[in-house]
Design a protein around this ligand. Sequence first.
Ligand code: GLC
Length: 421
Amino acid sequence: MATIEELDEQAREILRRNDRGGYSVPTAGLYPYQWNWDSAFSAYGYAEFDIDRAWTELETLFSGQWDNGMVPHILFHQADDGYFPGPDVWGAQGHGPIDSSGISQPPVAAAFARRIHDLDPSVGAERVGALFEPMLKWHRWFMKCRGESGAICITHPWESGRDNAPSWDKSLAAVDASNVGPYVRRDTGHVDASMRPTKYDYDRYIAIVNFGRDNNWDEDVILTDGPFRVADPTMTFTLLRSHRDLSYLGQELGRDTSEVDGWIEELESGAASLWNETIGAYDTKDLRTGEFGGTASSASFLNWYGGVENGVALDTLKQFNAGTKYGVASHDPRLGSFDPKRYWRGPVWAVVNYLVGSGLGSCGHMQEAEKIRQDTAELISKNGFAEYYDPNTGEPAGGGSFSWTAAVWLSWASPSAGEGN
Ligand code: GLC
């Protein structure tokens, strides 16, 4: 098995190889563009060896910000035929300076900006000074365009970053996909179809994209008539955490933080609406029907990352993790719908482990945090820098040489990492 030094070097090499000049692709082939939360993770990985490059990653991400404040989930910097759906399907040209998708992704950028700032405040103060307003504007967009229930919702499963999680099954079933027509998927040309979402799910993903495009990505129409609107713990807790870190940065920079501080209070109380007593965990909630998704997922345990303590959730997490060799599975291993190889329906993801583990650590749950960090380190050191892993066998699945897995290794899981060790 490779030594720690060798693994650290492999991780740096993956980031360098996935660098397309100012931004990183998640992995060559399968994901040939800049993805929002992947980039924020990558920035944190770069910060371990090249702080200037770390800031550039975040700056390039925000260079695609829309006029309304939204920061897209994909920036299509250079055309690539290997990915579907591309810019023409999204039809979002003109909303922002760079061709992009029409939805966002979990807002972890400000949380990482704070960590990168703290690694070297002499460089950080200047770089974050220029990013502060764009980050504030993005957070304001979330509060205005996704926050009407108190918690933060998504308008497309892709917005949550957990594309085919069972959390969306009931809400997706209500999406009419009869008008989608023929299209050619590209993902299953790169990765075995058994590890990817089904055609049933994909038809509905495309139907929701078509709705946004046909309505020119008008947030008012999407709010009232959009086919999918589900409040989500991933969005709610990552935004809560990023609000806290943005407020911290604002204070460091001598800016007015009263607006952000108000949002923190709003979200703390909004997050409580996602508590599902029946499953003892934070859950998704369909804002059209008022119904919970009804299943715990790895996102259920992001409350600590958001700075929200909950003893019952801690018990549930222990039971959840007892169901697989490696935690944290993306879906509840105690349920029949658990599928250890299919994307967000069972596999364990290093990035979510970082969010859950570092959150637990920052709330003082050192033992639980350390267990998740060790599981992540073992998965990566034995099986490489995969997109995700089978939580029972550890087998790598999905794409390989993944930027954010490399970044999580460098910044957190590796015994040589700066944070949490
Ligand atoms: C998939 C994941 C999403 C990620 C993207 C690029 O769509 O579900 O979370 O951002 O791939 O890695």
